[in-house]
Every structure is written in C-alpha cells, then in structure tokens.
Design a protein around this ligand. Structure first.
Ligand SMILES: *Cc1c(COP(=O)(O)O)cnc(C)c1O
Length: 393
C-alpha cells in the first residue's frame, strides 16, 4: 500500500467561486449612495423570483433569519408542533424554537435520505401546524406527497431549500412547491452573497408579514396605518427584527445568479464522475438519483455500510483526511444535540436517521474543483475502500 497521501494540501469539501464580475458588482455598490436598503436588494429579489417563477421574494441577512421570518409569518407559536427532518442543519428546527413552537422529528427514507412522507403522517397530532421539508444535499424531497398531507391537515409548508437552488422537480424549478421556500447564500451553498437568505412565495399575506419581520415590524404604507400624523409618520405593527440584507450582499448575490446554472451543471458533472467511479464497490452506497427530479448537488454523500468494512466510519473518515481529502459529515441528527436533549428529545424513533449517521461521509464537491482534484478524491476513496473492505471468501 502506498503510504504517501494522494494530495499534499487539504482539499476543502466546499468553497465559493467569486470572479472579477462579482468583485466589480460589489465595488459599484461601495461607490454608490446606498450600502444597505438601496436598489440592489430589489434587483436581486426580482432576479431570484423570476428564476424560480415566484411572485414574491424577500431577502434576509442569512438563511436562518429567513426561516425564522417564515415561521413568524406562518404564525407558529407556543404549543404548535412543526415536523421536520433530523438530517439537516440546526436552523431547520431552531427556527421553530425561536417562535416558542415544538420541533417534531420524522424519520428519513433509507434511499433518498430525505423526510419520509409516511413518517410525517405518523407524527401529525391536533397540534401540528406546519411541515419544514428539507432538500437534503440538493435532492428535492417528495413535495407532491408533502403538499397532499399538508392540504389534508391544513398545515403550512415551509420548504427548506438551502441546498437546492437550481434543482428541478418534475419540469419545475424548486421554488414555489410549498407555501414559502427558503434559499441560503452562505459561501458553501449554490451561490453566495457572503451571508444571506431569501424567502420566495406566491402568497401576498405571507409576503407582507415577512416585510414587517425583516424591519422592526414597521410600515410606512398609508393604506395599512391606523393613523397618519404627517410625512415622517410610521407605525410598528409587529415585533419585528433587523435582519435586512445589505446592498453589498445583494450585488454579490445578483452577480452570482448569472453563473448559477453553470455551477449546478459543473456540480452534476462531478457527481456523475464520482458515481461512475464508485459503481463497482459493494458496501459503498452512492447518492439516490431520482428520474423525476434533478438535484442541485450541494453535497455528495457516500455511505460506508457498517457490515462491509472492518473499521468504523470514524476510522474511514480519518483515513480520508490523512489523504488530505477534506471530508465532512452532514449531519448529526438534530435531536442528538445536548440542547435538544435538555428539552427532552432522545432518539425520536428515527432508526433510518441513526443508521444514516453511522455511515455517512461527505466528499468534496464544488464547481471550481479541477479535474486533478476530482481524480484525487476518487483515488483516495479507492485506496481507503480497499484498505478497509471486508474480504469476502
Ligand atoms: C445553510 C442552511 C440553513 C441556514 O442558512 P444560513 O444562511 O447559513 O443561515 C438552513 N437549512 C439548511 C438545510 C442549511 O444547509
């Protein structure tokens, strides 16, 4: 066995692609009159809305605040239960806690690793108010079935599409499949604005609430005000926050939107190369590929089936890191977090999420990877696989 690592420096699992056009767009804002609350925000919102085919888009300081705003607009409050996946980033359920609601975790499907509609049904009670399905890794969740359940039980669907900007579902872009949909622009996500998030929706009531949430609950819209003392007058109608996006962020996001389809295409190309290279390796499970949806390939996760290897996932992970491949694990089931345990959560009857967590490793995947980077990842996976796979006799 060759003991020299396949690379000399660590390849990250994800990183942004920022080019001269992006830099010029931000510099133009710096030289303009408005650093925040200027024209760049609305331009960015319109561009995202048009791309996904939504009537409204409203940008936030980050995706977490966008989800918080969506829960606020949906009227989530104390006693309300909201069903989401345990295999997600903390924000998908923390947004429910911010509103005093109770996150409820439903198990994932063994093949797609997304929320299982049958498990969602099992967790519905008279207190259920909403569902937050997540397009984990960029692979669209079965929204048609989620929406059917939501209609039957009169639930609001807040689609956490932080991973799936640019993905499609049927012949539609992921965007307005639920009542409100969130995209994140953190640097590891599909496109970046530094920090940033957005909600798209077709619902005007939610849109108005989101506007109030973003800016202290203030309105200057005369039609909505109770009084009008003069031109200076404004009214506070809700306890909102300041979670506005700046024009600097919006200009970057706007410029990045021009490259979104290119980014997704490159991600898909790399994912296909991986899947092909790992096809003859029993025990190594590559990601699900739906016939009816196109993933945005935010993450490429492989599962190392426990019974097929002589060592645990931890040792496999460390071996890949020793090859200077910046692997990661997405995600630790949220209910395992100490904070959630203190709230009374335990395994939440999610055996598929537990099994997934024992076996998952995220490989590097980002559009600016070179062909050599891709070959390095493939070589390292092959090397570690043959080092640890149980020999069948
Ligand atoms: C990144 C992410 C978020 C939160 O977005 P931020 O912009 O980082 O606040 C929410 N949900 C999921 C699934 C994410 O991956």
């Amino acid at each position: 066995m060759d003991s020299k690592p396949v690379r000399n420096t660590m390849l990250p699992y994800g990183r942004q692609w920022v080019d001269d056009d992006d830099i010029e767009a931000v510099v133009r804002v710096l030289k303009s009159d408005f650093l925040t609350q200027g024209p760049a925000i609305e331009r960015f919102e319109r561009k995202v809305a048009r791309y996904v085919g939504a009537r409204y888009a409203i940008a936030f300081s980050n995706g977490t605040m966008a989800l918080h705003g969506a829960c606020f607009s949906a009227g989530i409050s104390t006693g309300d239960e909201v069903i989401t996946s345990p295999i997600t980033f903390l924000a998908s359920s923390n947004c429910v806690l911010y509103m005093g609601g109770t996150p409820v975790f439903a198990d994932i499907k063994a093949d797609t690793w997304n929320l299982d509609p049958l498990e969602v049904k099992k967790k519905i009670t008279p207190n259920t108010k909403a569902i937050i399905p997540v397009d984990f890794t960029g692979q669209p969740v079965e929204m048609e079935r989620i929406m059917e359940i939501a209609e039957t039980h009169d639930l609001v669907v807040i689609h956490d599409a932080a991973h799936s900007l640019g993905a499609s579902y049927g012949n539609q872009k992921v965007g307005i499949l639920g009542h409100m949909t969130m995209f994140s622009f953190h640097p590891v996500k599909g496109i970046t604005s530094g920090e940033g998030g957005i909600i798209v929706t077709d619902n005007e009531t939610y849109y108005r609430k989101l506007q109030l949430f973003r800016n202290h609950g203030l309105t200057k819209n005369v039609a909505l005000m109770e009084d009008n003392d003069g031109p200076w007058y404004y009214e506070m109608h809700e306890l909102g926050y300041n979670c506005r996006m700046t024009d600097l962020q919006a200009a970057l996001g706007d410029s990045q939107m021009n490259k979104l389809d290119l980014f997704v295409e490159r991600r898909r190309e790399i994912a296909n190369l991986y899947t092909e290279a790992f096809s003859d390796m029993p025990g190594l499970v590559t990601p699900y590929q739906a016939d009816t949806a196109n993933s945005a390939w935010h993450l490429y996760v492989v599962r190392w089936s426990t019974e097929s290897f002589r060592v645990s996932r931890k040792e496999i992970f460390e071996a890949l890191r020793s090859e200077n491949i910046g692997v990661h694990v997405h995600y630790i089931p949220v209910y395992r977090q100490p904070y959630y345990k203190r709230l009374g959560y335990s395994s939440e009857n999610c055996p598929e999420a537990e099994a997934y967590y024992r076996e998952a490793i995220t490989l590097p995947l980002f559009p600016s990877m070179t062909d050599q980077d891709i070959r390095n990842v493939i070589s390292a996976v092959h090397k570690v696989y043959y080092m640890f796979v149980r020999q069948l006799d």
